[in-house]
Design a protein around this ligand. Sequence first.
Ligand SMILES: [Cu+2]
Length: 688
Amino acid sequence: MKTRLLLTLPAALLAGNVLADTAKPTRLEEVIVTAPLMAEPLTIVTDPKAPRQPVPAHDGADYLKNIPGFSVIRKGGTDGDPVLRGMAASRINILLDGENILGGCGNRMDPPTAYVFPESYDRITVIKGPQTVLYGPGNSAGTVLFERSVKRFDPAGWKFNGSLTAGSFGRNDQVADLRGGNPDFYFQGTGTRSDSGDYQDGAGNTVHSAFTRWSTSGALGWTPDANTRVELTGIQSDGEAAYGDRTMDGVKFKRDNVGLKFEKSKISSLLDKLEANLYYNYVDHVMDNYSLRPVAGAAAKMVSNPDRETTGGRAAATLKFGDATQSVVGVDFQANKHTLRSAMGAMADSYSSRNRVEDANIRNHGLFGEVTHYLNQSDKLVAGLRADRWNAQDKRATLSIGTGMAAATVANPTANKERSDTLVSGFGRFERDLAGMPATVYAGVGHTERFPDYWEMISATKESATTLSAFDSRPEKTNQLDVGVVYNSGKLSASVSGFYSKINDYLMVQSNYVKASLTGMGSRTATIVRNVDATTWGGEAGIAYALSEVWKVDAALSYVHGDNDTDGTALAQMPPLEGRLGLGYDNKLWSVGALWRLVSEQTRYDLNKGNIVGQDLGKSGGFGIFSLNGSYRPKKGVLVSGGVDNLFDKTYAEFISRGGAMVSGYDQTTRINEPGRTLWLKLNVALD
Ligand SMILES: [Cu+2]
């Protein structure tokens, strides 16, 4: 009875796509994803290959933005920072095919999602709240998994997926994914390229935002039987991006990756599955103030070249204790080495001949166990526990206090200091399928302890309130209650998820903090990290209703409220109330749809406070954005879609977006404005 409407849900669509990897016919989805619905408690699955509106930058953050509860801190055209329920950066655990990649830029040009080329993945899964321990530490707000899924080719076969996108402001994307094999071996080769010029906001002001990104990835798999898989993968990607919110642009985002996976299932009645992976990620990032914008002269040139090497791995066993109880136990680890080199003026051109100097070394070993137990036909218990052993070393001999030419070099009070912590996280959740109704209710409590990240301890010379180094910032402790309901009947799908969170030692970043000058005469301002206590609550609701065989309406709502209990103020960087209304007609041959996104003003703010990505700039106004989309499916495996985003060319900015910087040749704005009217056309082709 769930069948017809469910077919229009992204989760179900995706399941279709995953199966299509082998013998089943490929099905391309004509539906434009406006707001993916929660199909099971706390979990949202969406298909990165499906067209969506507004047309996203080809990076991970923009693809998350249309999931209710997510927002993006905009910096330019791409590489924004995703935020879930007001929680940014390391509070969302983002894994790329099971691997950590944490970015190299001290000024946060490259969140993990900057290394995501969405259409090279088969599935995006979001798990809200601290309600799993399986994927590593740090998911106080949630977990995001970008995953590939290549099925064994039995019988032998191949499959091609590709897309072309063209849009306003010179936007053009090309994606090709070829995979094939026989029962024993398979291969996959994927290439993506995305390119855009500067976009214009609704008022016609050009925003310094052009970007080019590309990726190539390959996989070789060995599947000697239906239950065994060994896979070797490699990725190279790079890009450049203009940033309208700062004085530098990203001119290199080079990633080199190699990964090895092993998976064996149905080993015995007790040991259901064994999986292990090992990976190496290297990020080489360059930013400067002269390649993508005019510079005052050779003397004013500045370039910075950080890199980060991350090695990690995970091993887990799935154990079955009868039909009612299953558990996953395992270990994981990651080790990060970060270095920095920079140059100014006449030395800028030869920065690459300078030595890289290590500034931080951060590693973690984790141990985890999660158990699912069915109490009866309708009731389920899920619980997990993990322990993390963290170690961090501050390798900076000196600190640079102040900016640019005015910077002073001083001794680092925490030079060569090492700190270690054992942090514990856990959760428990009860789920019940309601009798006589296609609905599930759930309630869970979770506790996570988050070790401060590179940006909270080291980068861009974060200070503490009392010293020149924030290296000793305390770990952040989140205690959260998650409750909700998921309903799926023939015509109606709906979900509501709510949360209440008490965060002790919330790692808050505060800019323009007034301190005594280094000489003791007068004052200066610094960016500091403070541990404060915070409370947040809110939730998301979504509904989709089939008016008839071909007409559908959907709506989504999200809200978060945050308090800084230590300062007695609003918690900074909380997005305002947001709603989305969609109406669609779809007769399987062609479709049309309309999306109306409504965002309220935000008057609760706390100037200069926030997170490692951005701080509050003041209040923001509300806005409503109307967009139209359509699609046509001339034959099996071909989908043409298109749309007009921001039809009425409204000038607006998201509350949490970064402030506009002074860039020569561009108008400075309070915040980085969102794109004005944007036309786009996309062609998806799937062959097998
Ligand atoms: Cu950078």
